[in-house]
Design a binder for this molecule. Structure first.
Ligand code: SF4
Length: 199
C-alpha cells in the first residue's frame, strides 16, 4: 500500500517535472531560438525589373536592412530562407524561379514585392505571370509600384513576426503561404523651411 502511494507520488513528480521541462523548452524556443531566427533571415533576391533597384536601396546605408539582420543577400538558394521576388516575372523565367524556390532550405518564406510580382501590374499580357501566387506560396505581399524602402522593411518585419510566432513549419505544412498584405507606412511631410520656422 505504502509502496503504491510512493510510486504514484513518484509518477506525479515525474510528470510535473516533464511538464515544467516542456514549458521551459517552449519558452526557450519562442524567446531564444525564434528570436535568433528572426534576426538572421537570409534573403534570396530575385530582382527582374525596377523593383530590384528599390530593393538595393534597402541594403544601402540610409535604410540599412542590416539593422534587421537580413543584409546577407545570397545568390545561392541553398543558403537562403527568404525569397524576395522583386519585379515582373516572364513566363519563360517562371521555371527558373520555381527551381530556385525548390533549392532553398526549409523552413522558407516568400515575399512578393510590388504590383508586378503580385498581379502582373500594368503588364497584362500573355508573356507575364499575372501574380506569382499562382505558382508559389506567398507569405507577404508588399504593395506599391515600386514599394518604398520603408514598405519593404515593413514586409520584412511581417516575416519576422511570423518567425517569432513559431511560423517555422516547412512550406509543405504551411500550405499556400500566409498571404499577408502590409500597409505602406504613413509619410509625414516635413516643410522645407522647418529650420527657419524653428529659429
Ligand atoms: S511594380 Fe512598378 S516598379 Fe515594380 S517592377 Fe513593376 S513597374 Fe517596376
Amino acid at each position: 500500500m505504502g509502496l503504491a502511494t510512493s510510486e504514484s507520488a513518484f509518477t506525479r513528480g515525474t510528470e510535473y517535472s516533464l511538464s515544467r521541462l516542456d514549458t521551459f523548452t517552449d519558452l526557450f524556443k519562442k524567446y531564444g531560438i525564434n528570436w535568433a531566427r528572426k534576426y538572421s533571415l537570409w534573403p534570396m533576391p530575385f530582382g527582374t525589373a525596377c523593383c530590384g533597384i528599390e530593393l538595393m536601396a534597402v541594403g544601402a546605408s540610409r535604410y540599412d536592412i542590416g539593422r534587421f539582420g537580413a543584409e546577407a543577400m545570397r545568390f545561392t538558394p541553398r543558403q537562403c530562407d527568404l525569397l524576395i521576388v522583386a519585379g515582373r516575372v516572364a513566363i519563360k523565367m517562371l521555371p527558373v524561379l520555381q527551381r530556385i524556390y525548390k533549392q532553398m532550405s526549409e523552413p522558407k518564406w516568400v515575399i512578393s514585392m510590388g504590383a508586378c510580382a503580385s498581379t502582373g501590374g500594368v503588364f497584362d499580357t500573355y508573356a507575364v505571370v499575372q501574380g506569382i501566387d499562382q505558382f508559389l506560396p506567398v507569405d507577404v505581399y508588399i504593395p506599391g509600384c515600386p514599394p518604398r524602402p520603408e514598405t519593404i522593411l515593413e514586409g520584412l518585419m511581417a516575416i519576422q513576426r511570423i518567425v517569432e510566432n513559431d511560423g517555422v513549419k516547412s512550406s509543405a505544412e504551411r500550405g499556400r503561404g500566409l498571404g499577408m498584405v502590409v500597409d505602406a507606412p504613413v509619410q509625414v511631410a516635413v516643410p522645407l523651411n522647418v529650420e527657419k520656422s524653428v529659429n
